[in-house]
Design a protein around this ligand. Structure first.
Ligand code: COA
Ligand code: AMP
Length: 634
């Protein structure tokens, strides 16, 4: 791509595309290797590639030991702040390394060895970080499951990953309720075909007694008390570091596999060049370790960079107020803050003038980054104004593991364009294609695709599913990875991401599929057929709504039906699905071949303009669909 002025960002991108070997071997120098790679990239077949195939390293060593060995053992690695309990804790690099080494030893004692999977189902407590790094230390592959998922979702992940051990806690804390992890684990294990050999429970004093442990489950503190510290084991760069499940178009989640070597290099490069964070500085990513953003920039990125990371258990508002984020920045001297636009909109709604913000000192804060969904211009302008600092949108996905497009603050920053995630990051050769795979020109909207290979740090494949990997991402456009997002480049080469071309919706920065919600709604005995669509929401960006057609003779009132369906989705997918609205309609619009016209339903429900599709079977059906944008938000 070209831009009017060649800045550091644009030049770095050119270098990475014209000579990826040179670019990434240089970037790899930021990592401690047991065997330094001499080869950057190897194509194993037309569909697969491997970064640093001859290198060996340990990611945990790079995140902890090497900083201790370099004399920074007293530097703070991890700050824990729970707005839910008022509890705070600080861990130096030395302390965190020791705790991780002992827990790695405990995992070994349980029979976990290199290549084994460990499912981590923990709330936002330091043990989650310790567990991830302990797996990395012994070459085990972790799979963290977000706490807002229900037992069936946890069971699906366990069955796919087939873990040797599952690590959990007595509970998590959400405003006004305790998240009962143990009941969910028990139910999930009942549903599983292949339960893990060991279940380890961290007892949280503030949430004890919500459910009992099963006989045979191990106590976290007891296994740690008995364990000997384990050293960091070198693994091939291509060895998987983790599996992270994300929404698929079917109900079955996709297990994104990330390697050790490419990931470590991408983390180190992005910390310095995208986020501009130096060793010893403080980065706070206000996300959850259950999401990719948490994996990359709560845990691995900041620690690999030798920075201090903040783990926050709380919300942007209500814990206790809309000043929560600014308190954290003040208390810990945060230099770089990363959050989701939905969190900013939640704060703006409660504190539009920044009265809460004015109570805190934000001198340390240099830049705020946003991702998880598009940073809408209104929120961008509000945040820039009240913070008086650069606010940077950047676009990425669970699959890529780090930003595809950004305004790299560690290079010469480019001017910001509100509504755009700026320009492609080194390694990502981003193109916009039409439905037939032809490249579109500037300003033309189409499917956003990335020419293969993807750069270091991006997914290696899907766990146990090479065919699904190809079918999901590589088959649509030969030679490209299909992102599933649509958008366009402007005349200056800035990318504007507009939305998804599939049934993925983005609710409060959480990626969900309407297809899996529909599958659950359809199980209600009174429902003949249904469609779930994402409509615009003032705070969450989108929210799911279900439109249902009742079976002939079904005797159920609207309120009971809504409560039942909402309960089903909560129970089968989890509270994070956030389906709260169910509307009965006489019929769903369909094509003559019987395909439900979801896009048209979404446009009508969102109060947007729409064209009557020429393939529609009965246009009169559209008249009975509700405009939900005109109704109050539940
Ligand atoms: N464990 C258990 N339940 C969880 C959970 C977790 N880790 N996270 C969320 N939930 C539950 C919530 O309690 C809520 O349940 P409820 O219906 O009983 O109230 C439900 O899932 C929906 O949660 P959410 O969509 O997050 O809405 P919210 O009203 O609780 O909070 C925001 C709204 C905007 C404040 C919140 O979504 C937020 O901070 N978002 C940031 C998003 C983010 O970090 N995304 C990661 C990508 S960068
Ligand atoms: P996830 O895999 O949960 O990180 O979600 C990835 C999806 O979120 C992307 O495919 C986009 O649809 C959306 N997304 C994330 N960040 C942005 C952004 N900065 N701008 C627009 N969409 C985004």
């Amino acid at each position: 791509m070209s831009a009017p002025n060649v800045t550091g960002a644009v030049q770095a991108h050119r270098d990475s595309i014209t000579d990826p070997h040179r670019f990434w071997l240089r970037a790899a120098e930021a990592i401690d290797w047991d065997t330094p790679p001499r080869v950057a990239l190897e194509h194993t077949d037309a569909h697969t590639w491997r970064w640093f195939p001859d290198g060996t390293l340990n990611t945990c060593h790079n995140a902890l030991d090497r900083h201790v060995d370099a004399g920074h053992g007293d530097r703070i690695a991890l700050v824990f702040d729970s707005a839910m309990t008022g509890h705070t804790a600080r861990f130096t690099y030395g302390e965190l390394r020791d705790r991780v080494a002992v827990f790695a030893g405990a995992l070994r004692q349980m029979g976990v060895s290199a290549g084994d999977r460990v499912v981590i189902y923990l709330p936002m407590i330091p043990e989650a970080v310790i567990a991830m790094l302990a797996c990395a230390r012994i070459g085990a592959i972790h799979s963290v499951v977000f706490g807002g998922f229900a037992a069936t979702e946890l069971a699906a992940r366990i069955d796919d990953a087939q873990p040797t051990a599952l690590l959990t806690a007595t509970g998590g804390l959400e405003p006004g309720r305790v998240v009962d992890y143990l009941s969910t684990v028990r139910k999930a294990l009942d549903l599983c075909a292949t339960p893990p050999h060991a279940v380890v429970v961290k007892h949280r004093p503030e949430v004890s007694g919500t459910a009992s442990r099963q006989p045979g489950w191990l106590d976290w503190d007891a296994v740690v008390a008995d364990a000997e510290p384990a050293g960091a084991v070198p693994v091939p760069a291509t060895h998987p570091l983790y599996i992270l499940y994300t929404s698929g178009t079917t109900g079955k989640p996709k297990g994104v596999v990330r390697d050790n070597g490419g990931h470590a290099v991408a983390m180190a490069w992005s910390m310095a060049n995208i986020y501009g964070v130096q060793p010893g500085e403080v980065m706070w990513t206000a996300s959850d370790v259950g999401w990719v953003v948490g994996h990359s920039y709560i845990v691995y990125g900041p620690l690999i960079a030798g920075a201090t990371t903040v783990l926050y258990e709380g919300k942007p508002v209500g814990t206790p107020d809309a000043g929560a984020f600014w308190r954290i920045v003040d208390d810990y001297g945060v230099n770089v803050l990363f959050t989701a636009p939905t969190a900013l909109r939640a704060i703006r709604k409660e504190d539009p003038e920044g009265a809460e913000l004015a109570k805190y000192r934000l001198d340390s804060l240099r830049t705020m980054f946003a991702a998880g969904e598009r940073l809408d211009p209104q929120t961008y302008h509000w945040a820039t104004e009240i913070l008086d600092r650069p606010v940077v949108d950047h676009w990425w996905q669970t699959e890529t593991g780090w930003a595809i497009c950004a305004n790299p603050r560690g290079l010469d920053p480019l001017p910001v364009k509100p509504g755009s995630a700026s320009v492609p990051v080194p390694g990502y050769d981003v193109r916009v294609l039409d439905a037939d795979g032809r490249e579109l020109g500037r300003t033309e909207e189409g499917n956003i695709a990335i020419r293969l290979p993807l750069p270091p740090g991006s997914l290696q494949g899907l766990w146990n599913s090479p065919d699904r990997f190809r079918a999901s991402y590589l088959d649509a456009f030969a030679g490209y990875y299909a992102t599933g997002d649509t958008g366009y480049f402007d005349d200056d080469g800035y990318l504007f991401v507009l939305g998804r071309s599939d049934d993925v919706i983005n609710v409060a920065g959480h990626r969900l599929t309407t297809g899996s919600m529909e599958a659950v709604v359809a199980t209600h005995p009174a429902v003949a057929e249904c469609a779930v669509v994402g409509i615009r929401d003032e705070v969450k960006g989108q929210r799911p709504v279900a439109l249902v057609v009742l079976k002939a003779g079904a005797d159920v009132d609207a309120a009971t039906l809504q409560a039942d369906v909402v309960g089903l989705v909560r129970d089968q997918i989890g509270p994070v699905a956030a389906l709260k609205e169910v509307h009965v309609v006489p019929a769903l619009p369909k094509t003559r071949s019987g395909k439900i016209l979801r896009r048209t339903i979404r446009q009508i429900a969102s109060g947007e303009e729409y064209k009557v599709p020429p393939t529609i079977e009965d246009p009169a059906v559209l008249d009975a669909l509700p405009n939900l944008a005109a109704q109050p938000n539940p």
